[in-house]
Design a binder for this molecule. Structure first.
Ligand code: RNT
Ligand code: ZN
Length: 410
């Protein structure tokens, strides 16, 4: 009997069906953020990243244009198993410098649509409210009416593009709004910027699109660098806005207080919403956006999704940007870890565990949970890679690509 067959029997004794887990796993879409490939710079001549977010590191080889970024993404796809989407920002429009952000049109994403089709991936989208001269003093909450109106036009343009993409690709395009607006020091007026943000969102979402084509989401945050004292788009703000307006919340697990866990929020959101979107990241001491590793909170997030049977209600996307290491390796590790965590959850004896909890049997629940941790999980993952035709030993190829391609960029 080969190794996987033996392992399958071990899982069967535990009460889980490894074949079923593998079948479910391959179809859960995970959206790969394009911005890991170029340190969130984009194609619209941004000189540096602004908006309270930051990449650190100076690893050579970042992508400088559409051709390089898509080549790198395509290369990374070879080592990423399972169903994928790509997550774009409006700043990655292909405009040849000819369109401002409030003038973007579907045609500026035509090349991305071709790329997505070729690689059999869906597209998700984010309007870009940072790294722009008009974003220095607020965007959707700006007191300057011209500035606020500019960003409302931008968001409307990107929603239109998203709906177009959704229609073309035959699956809804997630259009996620995150703004950096906030204050470094104690605000005199917390309510006026929030009132302006609310007004802006009302204007943006007044345009209705078929939900078949677009899922609108809003992403909250607790603080940004240089914006430590006040964030206009806080969690309470967006959760209330989303609930009242039938919009989806996006939870980024770097955007909460350090002991607050997104894994614990998922069930509450699912009880009141049809869908929930995630930016999965790894905050180290702050919203540092480190590469997603196979860690406890990641596993707990996956477990909440899987135990709730919400694989098609939770839209999983990644959001991190490490500029200190090979960017392709960063993609591969993070994407595969997200899926690994889902597999880990799919292999847990959910029904047995839930029953033990309901019976108040904390002892057995603990013992079983600990037992699961040392099951030969890696063999099931390896079998998954094998079935998906994905090379397990990918690092040498990435190193070769670094030597032949990435190191020649400067
Ligand atoms: C910033 C947010 C936001 C961005 C990306 C680039 O704190 O997490 O989602 O990281 O949109
Ligand atoms: Zn995010």
């Amino acid at each position: 009997m080969n190794r996987f067959e033996q392992v399958k029997e071990m899982y069967a004794r535990l009460g889980t069906d490894a074949e079923k887990a593998l079948a479910t796993l391959k179809n859960i879409p995970i959206s790969m953020h394009c911005w890991q490939g170029d340190d969130v710079i984009g194609f619209d001549n941004a000189e540096s990243l602004s908006g309270g977010i930051q990449t650190t590191g100076n690893y050579p080889g970042k992508a400088r244009d559409f051709e390089e970024l898509t080549a790198d993404m395509e290369f990374a796809f070879r080592f990423i198993a399972g169903k994928k989407r790509i997550n774009l920002h409006a700043s990655y429009a292909v405009t040849d410098g000819k369109a401002e952000r409030d003038r973007l049109e579907p045609k500026h994403f035509e090349k991305w649509l071709e790329f997505a089709k070729k690689n059999n991936v869906g597209i998700d989208m984010n309007p870009t409210f940072f790294s722009h001269p008009l974003a220095e003093n607020g965007t959707l909450s700006a007191a300057d009416e011209n500035v606020r109106a500019f960003w409302v036009r931008h968001a409307k343009a990107v929603r239109k593009i998203s709906a177009y993409i959704g229609e073309r690709q035959g699956s809804p395009c997630l259009c996620n709004v995150w703004i950096p607006d906030g204050m470094k020091d104690v605000p005199a007026d917390r309510i006026a910027p929030r009132a302006r943000l609310k007004k802006s969102l009302d204007e943006i979402y007044a345009v209705k699109y078929d939900k078949k084509y677009i899922v609108d989401s809003v992403e909250s945050k607790v603080f940004g660098i240089g914006l430590e004292s006040y964030t206009v788009g806080s969690f309470e703000f967006y959760m209330n806005y989303a609930a009242k307006n039938g919009i989806c919340c996006l939870l980024d697990n770097g955007h909460y207080h350090p002991t607050e866990m997104v894994s614990d929020k998922i069930s509450s959101m699912l009880l009141f919403n049809d869908k929930l979107a995630l930016h999965v990241t790894r905050p180290v001491r702050w919203d540092s956006d480190h590469v997603v590793l196979f860690e406890d909170e990641l596993k707990e997030i996956a477990k909440e999704i899987v135990f709730a049977g919400a694989e098609d209600r939770v839209l999983i996307g990644l959001d991190y940007f490490d500029a200190s290491i090979n960017r392709i390796a960063a993609w591969v590790v993070g994407m595969n870890n997200m899926r690994k965590a889902l597999l880990y959850a799919l292999l847990l004896p959910a029904e047995k565990m839930k029953k033990l909890q309901a019976e108040g049997n904390g002892t057995e629940l603990m013992v079983l949970g600990e037992e699961c941790k040392t099951m030969p999980f890696g063999d099931v993952w390896d079998e998954f890679l094998r079935r998906e035709g994905v090379e397990k030993d990918w690092l040498p190829e990435v190193k070769r690509y670094e030597k032949d391609v990435l190191s020649k960029r400067n």
